[in-house]
Design a protein around this ligand. Structure first.
Ligand code: SF4
Ligand code: SF4
Length: 300
């Protein structure tokens, strides 16, 4: 069985307990305006252009109308690109590359197997992330299932915006779910992500595996005490909750968006101030929920 991924990251400390290998899948059904992994939104391979590596040699110019060189500066007019990727092969500096590759589950498992010695020592394992792994649910379920069979701790990073049938298929081989609840108000959730939150809430209530619930704090969208308190009140009632985590927005996705020609996503949002973060921590902790901020436990 094949799927499309952007990369397999090794020794990550940000995507679940211990040292983890993280498989990043392409494809997402949400359109969060602050997305920090814009390269995983599309399900197709994409041309990635890193201008800082371009020497202006002109070798790629002959392939199609998309490449323009003027005043020593190379631009790509995406409207002319048909994603043939012939130009990538000619670029010796690595300025042009393809984001996304099709791989089989066997290839993924061979790659992950090399990290097995590190998992046990650190209490880590494998995390399937994205994008939204539910968009490639058979591929994701097979990776999680094989990890589980090999006794590798298997975690899923997900937005949970899919049917109960897909959820059951995914969690069958899963030791931990790390899920986002981006807003408690469905209309606001839809305004920020393109989807209401009804399915997300229903799936959260029905989970039977350990859960870390997270909210990315995005100024102007959900950075008010009332919203965060309501999410924390919802979280504290969930049967399998390990803890609730606040993640402050960072603009790392903007550079990647620019290199992919996604100009509409290249403009950074403001990051939350320390004051804002402090009062959101206070609002959440008043509910009694076990609380983390950016990977660190908040001690009351
Ligand atoms: S991928 Fe193909 S169509 Fe797109 S810019 Fe390169 S050569 Fe042109
Ligand atoms: S081949 Fe690569 S280095 Fe040369 S102009 Fe094209 S993008 Fe720049």
């Amino acid at each position: 069985m094949n799927g499309i991924i952007t990369e397999i990251q090794h020794a990550s400390v940000h995507d679940g307990p211990g040292l983890r290998s993280v498989v990043f899948l392409k494809g997402c059904q949400m359109r969060c305006f602050w997305c920090h992994n814009p390269e995983t939104i599309s399900t197709s391979p994409q041309l990635f252009f890193d201008e800082s590596k371009c020497m202006g040699c002109g070798r790629c110019l002959g392939f199609c109308e998309a490449h323009k060189l003027s005043n020593g500066r190379h631009r790509i007019e995406r409207a002319f690109c048909t994603s043939c990727f012939r130009c990538v092969e000619t670029c010796f500096t690595g300025a042009l590359s393809v984001c996304g590759r099709v791989v089989s589950v066997d290839e993924v498992m061979r790659d992950l197997a090399e990290d097995i010695p590190f998992y046990g020592e650190s209490g880590g394992g494998v995390t399937v992330s994205g994008g939204e792994p539910g968009c490639q649910s058979d591929f994701t379920a097979e990776i999680l299932h094989r990890c589980h069979k090999m006794k590798i701790h298997a975690a899923l990073e997900t937005n949970l915006a899919y049917s109960r049938a897909i959820l059951e298929k995914l969690v069958a081989g899963c030791d931990l779910v790390m899920a986002d609840l981006k807003h408690i108000d469905s209309q606001k959730h839809r305004a920020g992500t393109g989807h209401g939150n009804e399915q997300v809430l229903e799936n959260l209530r029905s989970l039977t595996v350990p859960l870390i619930l997270r909210t990315p704090i995005v100024p102007g969208f959900n950075d008010d005490a009332g919203t965060i308190r309501r999410i924390a009140e919802f979280a504290v009632k969930l049967d399998t909750l390990q803890y609730y985590e606040l993640l402050t927005y960072h603009p790392l996705g903007c550079g990647k968006a620019e290199r992919l020609g996604m100009e509409e996503r290249a403009k950074p949002q403001a990051s939350p101030t320390i004051n804002t973060t402090d009062y959101l921590i206070k609002a959440a902790s008043e509910t009694g929920v076990p609380l983390f901020l950016n990977g660190r436990r908040i001690v009351k």
